[in-house]
Design a protein around this ligand. Structure first.
Ligand code: ADP
Ligand code: MG
Length: 391
């Protein structure tokens, strides 16, 4: 009852500084992999029916948007992320995060199809990083991260060259350790300013470039540096959270306006027991649960209107604090598989998304900073030219 019958779902309001905003929640149903019994039926652009296998009557869930199996990457981009890009260009912060069990389509949404890796057999091998084989991805399949970058460059291309600056950073959280995906090395530490307000990652590369092609190749290279582990559930399951941040600075007569877009591909939300994890990987499962549990606790607290929300329990929630606590417009895209065998994970995700749907945030005014930040671009010039040679 009470489900939205609009075929478009509710639209995202345009930026109104210091206005109350609800966290926008979308659910995306990935295509069925086989001719199997289904537990999900999409009934409109804003609602779906979930079938628990006949124990009770199918239950309807409503969200801001529900994407069907054959909805395109472009539709998902236009509905969820394109409005945020406009806000970021106006000096606001925004975030999109992809939630769901392994195999539900998170990486497909954020990045597009990723080539499958050969499974490893030895259980105690160190984490593998994907090799750098070329990918041949159809432009229709390109995911939100690249679409957002392309879109930002298209918007600012008309502006004069030295009035806008785009820079990106890309990191992963794996076993509660932060790694720089643009310049892989040892783990990086989180820093807080003296009031505990602003969180930064010490030593994280922030690469500025005027070339959209270069940003895209940096992103692809960064993604190949993501830690991947084979598990019983999915050979290419990603056990890490990946956070891309795109910063846009624009010089205006009032000062420099800065907006930032966070795009996050979360690790699989499934429980550790399902993947028959042993030893090291069981520990990973525990860490992933810790981060996602902390995120879930924050979402519960925020949706219940709690006065105190604990962001400190995990690296993920410390980094996403800004995205969740209101100084940001946030869209969550929850991913579900339609086959009945994934019914339990699907239900967990639908309930999680339902809770997130009642979070209200307060949007901050546009951010002006006095000067362009002194980006350590020289430091990365050799890295960038090295990457250029590889493209
Ligand atoms: P996750 O990142 O959540 O583990 P993936 O994005 O890797 O899941 O998706 C699992 C598989 O399903 C991949 O082979 C992916 O290409 C495919 N897939 C997921 N979503 C879609 C979609 N919307 N359209 C086509 N294929 C998809
Ligand atoms: Mg993935």
């Amino acid at each position: 009852s009470g489900g939205s019958n609009s075929s478009q779902g509710r639209s995202i309001a345009t930026a109104q500084p210091a206005q109350e905003e609800r966290l926008v929640v979308a659910v995306r149903v990935r295509p069925s992999m086989e001719a199997a019994e289904r537990c999900i039926e999409v009934v409109s652009g804003g609602s779906l029916l979930y079938d628990d296998g006949g124990k009770s009557r199918p239950r309807q869930y409503s969200y801001d948007h529900v994407f069907r199996e054959n909805d395109t990457q472009e539709q998902v981009y236009k509905t969820t992320t394109a409005p945020l890009v406009r806000d970021v260009l106006n000096g606001l912060n925004a975030a999109v995060f992809a939630y769901g069990a392994t195999g539900s389509g998170k990486t497909h949404t954020m990045l597009g199809p990723v080539p499958r890796k050969k499974p490893q057999t030895a259980p105690d091998r160190p984490p593998a990083t994907a090799s750098c084989e070329a990918t041949d991805v159809s432009s229709l399949d390109i995911g939100l991260m690249v679409r957002a970058i392309e879109d930002i460059f298209s918007h600012i291309e008309s502006a004069e060259a030295d009035t806008c600056r785009v820079s990106i950073s890309y990191l992963e959280i794996y076993n509660e350790l932060i790694r720089d995906l643009l310049n892989p090395g040892g783990p990086l530490e989180l820093r807080e300013d003296h009031r505990g307000q602003r969180i930064t990652v010490a030593g994280l590369s922030e690469i500025t470039t005027a070339s959209r092609k270069e940003v895209v190749s940096l992103l692809m290279k960064g993604n190949k540096a993501r830690t991947m582990e084979p598990t019983a559930a999915n050979q290419t399951s990603s056990r890490s959270h990946a956070l891309l941040s795109i910063t846009v600075q624009a010089r205006t007569p009032l000062g420099t306006k800065q907006g930032r877009l966070f795009l996050t591909d979360l690790a699989g939300s499934e429980r550790a027991k399902k993947t028959k994890n042993r030893g090291k990987r069981l520990q990973e499962g525990a860490h992933i649960n810790r981060s996602l549990l902390a995120l879930g606790n924050c979402i519960n607290a925020l949706s219940g209107g709690a006065r105190y929300v604990n962001y400190r329990d995990s690296k993920l929630t410390r980094l996403l604090k800004e995205a969740l606590s209101g100084r940001c417009k946030t869209v969550m895209i929850a991913h579900v598989a339609p086959e009945s065998k994934h019914r339990d994970e699907t239900k967990n995700t639908l309930v999680y998304a339902d809770r997130a749907n009642s979070i209200t945030t307060k949007l901050q005014n546009s951010v002006y900073i006095d000067e362009f930040k002194d980006f350590p671009t020289k430091h990365y010039q050799s890295l960038v030219s090295e990457l250029r040679d590889e493209v």
